[in-house]
Design a protein around this ligand. Structure first.
Ligand code: GH3
Ligand code: MG
Ligand code: MG
Ligand code: MG
Ligand code: MG
Length: 302
């Protein structure tokens, strides 16, 4: 991926020189002639490094740097000042405003080139770390076997949906799905087949969900959870029936099941309205699931 340098410099001749240095080392330059214009470009482009003139009409370089830091939040990127002012206090002020390097004008090409390359290395490392972090976050929130969200991922989404539902006074439907007589399944077909079947069930559940905001998670061993934001009883029951149907359609043989000769699940349904917390919602779905088991399994129960 190209390294994008945002060059903010009001003097056209100087800007041309700076762009020349940037392009010479293979980076791409985005140009702005004021802090305000620079911030606009910053908001709409993936910028890796900022080269920032300090003496600018309107907002000066230090102020521009502060605004860039505000706009990027936790996402750090190198900011290099260019300034004709050599005073130590000035340099300190600029670095305290969030800058990372201070190059005096007239700009020595070789020095700027070296600083850009050094900052480029740091920016590159930072981007690699950010990517690795994202990948790790994904791993941390997903189940290795079924590839759907795990309990931790579920808890995060639940937390988000719960707050959203409270804000706009909407309802959340929760389904807890437990495979019937799965211990017997493992005993009959072995754990490897058991694992494959768990993945198949996860896949069937996901296929039964129609909206992108509906999420499925592996809640525990052979137990799954489905969160349905902005959904009332009718909708939740419909999804529950569809999941039951999808797993029946798979017709995974389970000859030692006392329920059917193929794999079945039991589903407990609960709604958020009137409940004080997400924990209560889970408790309620769990109680409904328990009853579904008691009443003979292979069913959706409120
Ligand atoms: P019920 O109908 O009451 O739910 O009966 P059950 O046998 O499904 O329930 P129980 O809780 O007694 O057993 C759950 C089984 O699920 C036992 C466990 O070995 C199996 N299991 C849990 N996680 C995994 C897994 O990751 N892979 C495999 N193969 N089996 C698992
Ligand atoms: Mg200037
Ligand atoms: Mg059990
Ligand atoms: Mg079970
Ligand atoms: Mg269970």
């Amino acid at each position: 991926m190209a390294t994008n340098i945002l060059v903010i410099e009001d003097s056209l001749p100087t800007r041309k020189v700076l762009v020349g240095v940037v392009e010479k080392i293979g980076y791409r330059a985005l140009q702005a002639e004021s802090g305000e214009a620079g911030l606009e470009l910053f908001a709409t482009n993936a910028v890796d490094i900022v080269v920032l003139d300090v003496q600018l009409p309107g907002m000066d370089g230090f102020e521009t740097c502060r605004k860039i830091r505000e706009a990027s939040g936790d996402d750090w990127l190198p900011v290099i000042y260019l300034s004709a002012t050599h005073s130590d206090e000035y340099i300190v002020e600029g670095l305290e405003a969030g800058g990372d390097a201070y190059v005096t004008k007239p700009v020595n090409h070789t020095v700027l080139e070296a600083i850009l390359k050094a900052m480029g290395r740091i920016a590159h490392m930072k981007n690699q770390l950010a990517r690795a972090n994202k990948e790790l976050m994904k791993l941390a929130n997903h189940d290795g076997l079924t590839k759907i969200l795990n309990r931790r991922g579920f808890d995060e989404v639940m937390d988000r949906y719960w707050r959203q539902a409270r804000r706009d006074q909407s309802e959340i439907g929760l389904l807890l799905i437990d495979i019937d007589h799965f211990k017997a399944y493992n005993d009959t077909y072995g754990h490897v087949r058991g694992d494959e079947t768990l993945s198949a069930v996860a896949h069937s559940i996901e296929k039964a969900l129609m909206r992108p905001i509906d999420i499925a998670a592996r809640y525990g061993g052979e137990e799954f959870a489905v969160l349905l934001p902005c959904t009332g009883m009718e909708g939740a029951m419909t999804v529950g029936d569809r999941i039951l149907e999808a797993i029946r359609d798979e017709a995974i043989p389970h000859l030692t099941s006392p329920v059917k000769s193929f794999l079945t699940v039991s589903i407990g349904v609960a709604l958020s309205s009137g409940l004080a917390s997400a924990e209560d919602l889970i408790k309620r779905a769990d109680a409904a699931l328990y009853q579904a088991k008691e009443r003979g399994r292979n069913r959706v129960n409120i």
